[in-house]
Write a protein that binds this ligand. Structure first.
Ligand code: ADP
Ligand code: MG
Length: 338
């Protein structure tokens, strides 16, 4: 598929986008004032962030948008138009590109608070002599009281987890171990789906931002403990986390039992679930629980923010657990396979 054909095929799929005055087809997009105060960018490289034998083109499109939706959600914002950079190598034929667009559309329809606003307003298309490289820049609108930052946590805050963690890591384990078409792979559909189509908490993020109930927030892309650590470092505080309070899904626990793996380690350190971690004063507790219940999102209080620095993890008996026993978060390798 040639560049101009691809752009034509894409523009045919896109109607008027709320918040965009001029979209695909001119030299630059014209955005309505006030609609793009937040900007996030995420890139996915074939072989590093996705594999075409693990994920369909539509799965890749879903995830490319979902990881950006999650970043805007973590600011408490509402997502808008996006910009798409496609460096396409061999194998990205017309059908694959159509699948990619379909996955992007499916994620917007399923996850965004205003799906019509989350559509492509421009981008760039090139070839690639090697792997496919897909990059998406998502705009968003900050909540009226200002974005929720990583740096706002205060000693005494409660630490909240919204959504579920450890499922995508468990799903990746299934894909790694068992080939397409095998009964074993087919036995864990919800875990494989969690890896392929993460449920970014986009509507919840926007509602949390408007609520003013939070002091700080981040999305869990690289592992719960590691990402919570970014809040602590930015805020200049420490934390005590009760490991028992981190929910482990029954499916992940069943898979871990079968494989002799540790489902809690997946929950604490697994990436790509796109849950949200936040801190809030205890006075916000009831309202936060009600907001999550209304949206059908699991919410758990994991511990509290303390003065000082570092993260202290406590076992069921209240004893400190060695950091080395918790597993590492995911840090993407540069120039290798991550
Ligand atoms: P230019 O040479 O001025 O950059 P292009 O030919 O690259 O123009 O792009 C033409 C139009 O198509 C622009 O409006 C651009 O934003 C849009 N476009 C190109 N590639 C993509 C893409 N992958 N996704 C969305 N829009 C695209
Ligand atoms: Mg261009």
């Amino acid at each position: 598929m040639r560049e101009f054909e691809l752009i034509r095929a894409l523009s045919r799929r896109v109607g008027a986008i709320p918040g965009v005055e001029v979209g695909i087809g001119d030299d630059a997009a014209v955005m309505a004032p006030g609609r793009c105060g937040l900007v996030a960018l995420d890139t996915m490289v074939e072989g590093l962030h996705f594999r075409r034998d693990y994920s369909s083109a539509a799965d890749v499109g879903w995830k490319l948008l979902a990881c950006n939706l999650s970043d805007i959600a973590a600011m408490g914002g509402a997502p808008g138009a996006y910009f798409l950079s496609l460096s396409l190598g061999e194998g990205a034929d017309e059908a694959w590109v159509e699948g990619l667009f379909a996955g992007l559309e499916a994620a917007a329809a399923a996850l965004a608070p205003e799906p019509a606003a989350v559509a492509p307003a421009g981008g760039d298309t090139t070839g690639s002599p090697g792997p496919l490289v897909l990059s998406l820049t998502l705009t968003g609108q900050a909540p009226s009281r200002g974005a929720v930052l990583r740096g706002g946590a205060r000693a005494g805050d409660e630490i909240w987890l919204f959504g579920r963690v450890g499922l995508a890591a468990a799903g990746l384990e299934v894909l790694r171990r068992w080939p397409e078409g095998s009964a074993e792979r087919a036995a864990w559909p919800s875990l494989v789906e969690a890896h392929r189509r993460p449920q970014a908490l986009c509507r919840l993020g926007a509602a949390l931002g408007e609520s003013g109930l939070l002091h700080a927030m981040i999305d869990v892309s690289d592992g719960l403990l590691q990402d919570l650590g970014h809040i602590l470092a930015r805020s200049g505080v420490g934390a005590r986390v009760r490991l028992e309070a981190v929910p482990v899904s029954p499916e992940a626990a069943a898979l871990a039992a079968l494989l002799g793996e540790d489902a809690r380690a997946w929950a604490l350190s697994g990436g790509d679930d796109y849950a949200l971690v936040a801190t809030a004063p205890a006075s916000s507790g009831e309202a936060l629980a009600a907001l999550c219940a209304a949206q059908g999102v699991a919410a758990a209080r994991l511990g509290e923010v303390v003065a000082g620095e570092g993260l202290e993890a406590l076992d069921a008996q209240g004893r400190a657990v060695e950091a080395s026993a918790l597993g590492r978060g995911h840090e993407h390798a540069l120039g290798g396979r991550g």
